[in-house]
Write a protein that binds this ligand. Structure first.
Ligand code: ATP
Length: 264
Protein backbone atom coordinates (compact mmCIF):
# COMPACT_ATOMS: atom_id res chain seq x y z
CA UNK A 1 0.00 0.00 0.00
CA UNK A 2 1.30 3.44 -0.87
CA UNK A 3 -0.41 6.76 -1.32
CA UNK A 4 -0.73 10.32 -0.23
CA UNK A 5 -2.94 9.51 2.75
CA UNK A 6 -2.38 7.74 6.05
CA UNK A 7 -1.15 4.18 5.62
CA UNK A 8 -0.91 1.64 8.42
CA UNK A 9 0.94 -1.50 7.43
CA UNK A 10 1.14 -4.79 9.33
CA UNK A 11 0.91 -3.02 12.67
CA UNK A 12 1.27 -5.20 15.77
CA UNK A 13 0.95 -3.86 19.31
CA UNK A 14 1.30 -5.38 22.76
CA UNK A 15 0.68 -4.27 26.32
CA UNK A 16 3.26 -6.45 28.06
CA UNK A 17 2.14 -10.01 27.30
CA UNK A 18 -1.26 -8.88 25.93
CA UNK A 19 -1.28 -8.81 22.12
CA UNK A 20 -3.74 -6.06 21.27
CA UNK A 21 -3.18 -5.72 17.48
CA UNK A 22 -1.92 -8.33 15.03
CA UNK A 23 -0.65 -7.21 11.63
CA UNK A 24 -3.33 -4.59 11.10
CA UNK A 25 -3.20 -2.82 7.73
CA UNK A 26 -5.47 -0.01 6.66
CA UNK A 27 -5.46 3.15 4.61
CA UNK A 28 -7.11 6.54 4.94
CA UNK A 29 -6.84 8.04 1.45
CA UNK A 30 -6.49 11.81 1.28
CA UNK A 31 -9.93 13.42 1.68
CA UNK A 32 -11.67 10.23 2.87
CA UNK A 33 -13.68 9.34 5.96
CA UNK A 34 -12.72 5.84 7.06
CA UNK A 35 -14.27 4.03 9.99
CA UNK A 36 -13.14 1.13 12.13
CA UNK A 37 -15.89 -0.92 13.73
CA UNK A 38 -15.42 -3.47 16.46
CA UNK A 39 -16.75 -4.63 19.80
CA UNK A 40 -15.31 -3.88 23.23
CA UNK A 41 -11.64 -4.71 23.49
CA UNK A 42 -11.20 -5.25 19.74
CA UNK A 43 -8.23 -2.87 19.66
CA UNK A 44 -9.77 0.29 18.18
CA UNK A 45 -8.38 2.75 20.74
CA UNK A 46 -5.03 0.96 20.63
CA UNK A 47 -4.89 1.54 16.87
CA UNK A 48 -5.37 5.30 17.33
CA UNK A 49 -2.81 5.41 20.16
CA UNK A 50 -0.29 3.63 17.93
CA UNK A 51 -0.84 6.16 15.13
CA UNK A 52 -0.63 9.20 17.42
CA UNK A 53 2.37 7.67 19.23
CA UNK A 54 0.69 7.97 22.63
CA UNK A 55 0.82 4.22 23.22
CA UNK A 56 3.78 4.40 25.61
CA UNK A 57 1.71 6.55 28.04
CA UNK A 58 -0.53 3.49 28.41
CA UNK A 59 2.20 0.87 28.72
CA UNK A 60 1.91 -0.32 25.12
CA UNK A 61 4.58 -0.94 22.47
CA UNK A 62 4.55 -1.35 18.72
CA UNK A 63 6.09 -4.74 18.00
CA UNK A 64 5.90 -4.63 14.22
CA UNK A 65 4.77 -2.74 11.14
CA UNK A 66 4.79 0.93 10.29
CA UNK A 67 2.64 4.05 9.87
CA UNK A 68 3.13 6.62 7.11
CA UNK A 69 1.55 9.90 6.15
CA UNK A 70 2.10 10.89 2.52
CA UNK A 71 5.05 8.49 2.40
CA UNK A 72 6.69 9.84 5.57
CA UNK A 73 7.22 7.44 8.48
CA UNK A 74 5.40 8.58 11.63
CA UNK A 75 6.13 5.59 13.81
CA UNK A 76 9.45 6.82 15.14
CA UNK A 77 8.35 10.37 15.96
CA UNK A 78 7.35 11.67 19.40
CA UNK A 79 3.64 12.58 19.73
CA UNK A 80 4.13 16.35 19.26
CA UNK A 81 5.97 15.73 15.98
CA UNK A 82 3.12 13.51 14.79
CA UNK A 83 0.80 16.47 15.40
CA UNK A 84 3.19 18.77 13.56
CA UNK A 85 3.30 16.25 10.69
CA UNK A 86 -0.48 16.58 10.33
CA UNK A 87 -2.23 13.99 12.50
CA UNK A 88 -4.33 15.08 15.51
CA UNK A 89 -6.29 12.81 17.82
CA UNK A 90 -9.51 13.46 19.72
CA UNK A 91 -9.22 10.98 22.57
CA UNK A 92 -12.09 8.91 23.92
CA UNK A 93 -14.03 10.55 26.73
CA UNK A 94 -13.58 14.13 25.45
CA UNK A 95 -10.71 14.94 27.78
CA UNK A 96 -10.79 18.72 27.80
CA UNK A 97 -8.76 20.68 30.34
CA UNK A 98 -11.68 21.27 32.70
CA UNK A 99 -10.14 24.07 34.78
CA UNK A 100 -8.91 26.01 31.79
CA UNK A 101 -11.10 28.35 29.75
CA UNK A 102 -12.44 27.35 26.38
CA UNK A 103 -10.05 29.83 24.74
CA UNK A 104 -7.04 28.38 26.60
CA UNK A 105 -8.04 24.84 25.59
CA UNK A 106 -8.02 25.97 21.97
CA UNK A 107 -4.67 27.72 22.43
CA UNK A 108 -3.24 24.50 23.86
CA UNK A 109 -4.46 22.60 20.79
CA UNK A 110 -2.66 25.05 18.51
CA UNK A 111 0.72 24.45 20.18
CA UNK A 112 1.74 21.60 17.90
CA UNK A 113 0.56 23.28 14.73
CA UNK A 114 1.71 25.94 12.38
CA UNK A 115 1.99 29.27 14.26
CA UNK A 116 1.16 31.36 11.19
CA UNK A 117 -2.17 29.62 10.68
CA UNK A 118 -3.47 29.98 14.24
CA UNK A 119 -5.86 32.85 13.45
CA UNK A 120 -7.21 30.93 10.50
CA UNK A 121 -7.69 27.79 12.61
CA UNK A 122 -9.52 29.75 15.31
CA UNK A 123 -11.85 31.31 12.74
CA UNK A 124 -12.47 27.84 11.32
CA UNK A 125 -13.40 26.25 14.66
CA UNK A 126 -15.55 29.22 15.67
CA UNK A 127 -17.33 28.84 12.32
CA UNK A 128 -17.92 25.15 12.98
CA UNK A 129 -18.84 25.62 16.65
CA UNK A 130 -20.17 29.15 17.30
CA UNK A 131 -20.93 28.20 20.91
CA UNK A 132 -17.17 28.03 21.60
CA UNK A 133 -16.79 31.69 20.64
CA UNK A 134 -19.70 32.63 22.92
CA UNK A 135 -18.18 30.64 25.82
CA UNK A 136 -14.55 31.57 25.15
CA UNK A 137 -13.91 32.79 28.70
CA UNK A 138 -15.88 30.12 30.52
CA UNK A 139 -14.17 27.18 32.20
CA UNK A 140 -14.33 24.13 29.94
CA UNK A 141 -15.57 21.91 32.79
CA UNK A 142 -18.80 23.93 32.91
CA UNK A 143 -19.77 23.08 29.33
CA UNK A 144 -22.38 20.37 28.64
CA UNK A 145 -21.16 16.93 27.53
CA UNK A 146 -21.94 17.70 23.89
CA UNK A 147 -20.21 21.09 24.09
CA UNK A 148 -17.14 19.45 25.65
CA UNK A 149 -17.05 17.02 22.75
CA UNK A 150 -17.21 19.99 20.35
CA UNK A 151 -14.32 21.59 22.25
CA UNK A 152 -12.29 18.37 22.10
CA UNK A 153 -12.78 18.21 18.31
CA UNK A 154 -12.08 21.95 17.95
CA UNK A 155 -8.90 21.66 20.02
CA UNK A 156 -7.61 18.92 17.74
CA UNK A 157 -8.44 21.03 14.67
CA UNK A 158 -6.42 23.98 15.99
CA UNK A 159 -3.18 22.29 14.86
CA UNK A 160 -4.51 22.28 11.28
CA UNK A 161 -4.37 18.49 10.80
CA UNK A 162 -4.49 16.73 7.46
CA UNK A 163 -5.92 13.69 9.25
CA UNK A 164 -8.21 13.78 12.29
CA UNK A 165 -8.37 10.67 14.50
CA UNK A 166 -11.70 10.49 16.32
CA UNK A 167 -12.27 8.00 19.16
CA UNK A 168 -15.97 7.41 19.85
CA UNK A 169 -17.18 10.99 19.36
CA UNK A 170 -20.84 10.06 19.91
CA UNK A 171 -20.26 8.14 23.15
CA UNK A 172 -22.67 9.18 25.89
CA UNK A 173 -24.37 11.86 23.80
CA UNK A 174 -28.12 12.19 23.26
CA UNK A 175 -29.15 11.19 19.69
CA UNK A 176 -29.67 14.78 18.56
CA UNK A 177 -26.24 15.86 19.79
CA UNK A 178 -24.64 12.75 18.24
CA UNK A 179 -26.25 13.72 14.94
CA UNK A 180 -24.87 17.27 15.26
CA UNK A 181 -21.38 15.90 15.83
CA UNK A 182 -21.83 13.64 12.78
CA UNK A 183 -22.90 16.62 10.65
CA UNK A 184 -19.83 18.51 11.83
CA UNK A 185 -17.53 15.60 10.96
CA UNK A 186 -18.99 15.71 7.45
CA UNK A 187 -18.33 19.46 7.27
CA UNK A 188 -14.76 19.11 8.58
CA UNK A 189 -14.14 16.51 5.88
CA UNK A 190 -15.70 18.72 3.21
CA UNK A 191 -13.20 21.41 4.24
CA UNK A 192 -10.38 19.03 3.29
CA UNK A 193 -9.46 17.08 6.42
CA UNK A 194 -9.36 13.28 6.21
CA UNK A 195 -10.97 11.42 9.10
CA UNK A 196 -10.29 8.08 10.79
CA UNK A 197 -13.37 7.43 12.90
CA UNK A 198 -13.71 4.85 15.66
CA UNK A 199 -17.33 4.31 16.62
CA UNK A 200 -19.48 1.84 18.52
CA UNK A 201 -22.47 3.49 16.82
CA UNK A 202 -21.93 1.54 13.61
CA UNK A 203 -25.02 2.91 11.87
CA UNK A 204 -23.78 6.48 12.29
CA UNK A 205 -20.22 5.58 11.32
CA UNK A 206 -21.25 3.73 8.15
CA UNK A 207 -23.39 6.69 7.08
CA UNK A 208 -20.39 9.02 7.37
CA UNK A 209 -17.64 6.81 5.99
CA UNK A 210 -16.57 5.97 2.48
CA UNK A 211 -14.57 2.92 3.61
CA UNK A 212 -14.84 0.71 6.66
CA UNK A 213 -12.82 -1.94 8.46
CA UNK A 214 -14.00 -4.43 11.05
CA UNK A 215 -11.55 -5.21 13.83
CA UNK A 216 -12.05 -8.36 15.92
CA UNK A 217 -9.69 -9.36 18.71
CA UNK A 218 -6.91 -7.25 17.24
CA UNK A 219 -7.26 -8.37 13.63
CA UNK A 220 -8.94 -6.90 10.57
CA UNK A 221 -11.60 -9.42 9.55
CA UNK A 222 -13.56 -7.41 6.97
CA UNK A 223 -12.97 -4.27 4.93
CA UNK A 224 -14.45 -2.51 1.95
CA UNK A 225 -16.64 0.37 0.82
CA UNK A 226 -18.88 1.44 3.73
CA UNK A 227 -22.03 0.81 1.69
CA UNK A 228 -20.95 -2.81 1.04
CA UNK A 229 -20.24 -3.43 4.71
CA UNK A 230 -23.55 -1.84 5.69
CA UNK A 231 -25.27 -4.35 3.39
CA UNK A 232 -23.31 -7.39 4.61
CA UNK A 233 -25.30 -9.88 6.71
CA UNK A 234 -22.50 -10.25 9.22
CA UNK A 235 -22.13 -6.50 9.83
CA UNK A 236 -25.90 -6.06 9.98
CA UNK A 237 -26.24 -8.82 12.56
CA UNK A 238 -23.18 -8.06 14.69
CA UNK A 239 -22.86 -4.30 14.53
CA UNK A 240 -26.19 -2.89 13.35
CA UNK A 241 -28.36 -5.10 15.56
CA UNK A 242 -30.46 -6.28 12.61
CA UNK A 243 -32.10 -9.58 13.41
CA UNK A 244 -31.78 -12.29 10.78
CA UNK A 245 -35.49 -12.91 10.13
CA UNK A 246 -35.07 -16.47 8.87
CA UNK A 247 -33.06 -17.46 11.92
CA UNK A 248 -35.62 -15.77 14.21
CA UNK A 249 -38.46 -17.64 12.47
CA UNK A 250 -36.60 -20.96 12.86
CA UNK A 251 -36.04 -20.26 16.56
CA UNK A 252 -39.69 -19.35 17.00
CA UNK A 253 -40.81 -22.60 15.34
CA UNK A 254 -38.59 -24.55 17.67
CA UNK A 255 -39.68 -22.83 20.88
CA UNK A 256 -43.12 -21.37 20.11
CA UNK A 257 -43.95 -17.66 19.85
CA UNK A 258 -42.10 -15.55 22.39
CA UNK A 259 -45.24 -13.71 23.51
CA UNK A 260 -47.11 -16.94 24.18
CA UNK A 261 -44.29 -18.07 26.45
CA UNK A 262 -44.46 -14.90 28.52
CA UNK A 263 -48.24 -14.79 28.59
CA UNK A 264 -48.50 -18.43 29.51
P1 ATP B 1 -13.52 -0.35 23.72
O1 ATP B 1 -14.50 -0.18 22.60
O2 ATP B 1 -14.05 -1.19 24.83
O3 ATP B 1 -12.89 0.93 24.15
P2 ATP B 1 -11.27 -1.04 22.01
O4 ATP B 1 -11.67 -1.73 20.76
O5 ATP B 1 -10.94 0.41 21.91
O6 ATP B 1 -12.34 -1.31 23.15
P3 ATP B 1 -8.68 -1.33 23.25
O7 ATP B 1 -9.00 -0.39 24.36
O8 ATP B 1 -7.77 -0.88 22.18
O9 ATP B 1 -10.03 -1.86 22.57
O10 ATP B 1 -8.13 -2.68 23.90
C1 ATP B 1 -7.58 -3.75 23.12
C2 ATP B 1 -7.00 -4.79 24.06
O11 ATP B 1 -5.88 -4.26 24.76
C3 ATP B 1 -7.97 -5.28 25.15
O12 ATP B 1 -7.72 -6.62 25.37
C4 ATP B 1 -7.59 -4.44 26.35
O13 ATP B 1 -7.90 -5.11 27.54
C5 ATP B 1 -6.09 -4.28 26.16
N1 ATP B 1 -5.62 -3.00 26.73
C6 ATP B 1 -6.01 -1.76 26.38
N2 ATP B 1 -5.34 -0.81 27.08
C7 ATP B 1 -4.49 -1.48 27.89
C8 ATP B 1 -3.51 -1.08 28.85
N3 ATP B 1 -3.27 0.22 29.10
N4 ATP B 1 -2.82 -2.05 29.51
C9 ATP B 1 -3.04 -3.37 29.23
N5 ATP B 1 -3.95 -3.82 28.33
C10 ATP B 1 -4.66 -2.89 27.67
Amino acid sequence: MTGSGLVVRDLSVGYGPVRALRRVSLEVPEGAVVTVLGGNGAGKTTLLRAISRTLSFHGGTVTGGDVQLAGRRLDRLPPDRVVAAGVSQVPEGRRVFARMTVADNLRAGALGGNRRNRGESLARVHGLFPVLAERAHQRAGLLSGGEQQMLAVARALMAGPRVLLLDEPSLGLAPLMAQRIADTIREINAQGTSVLLIEQNAALALRLATHAYVLEVGEVTLSGPAADLAASDEVRRRYLGVVDEDAAADAEQATGPTLARWEG
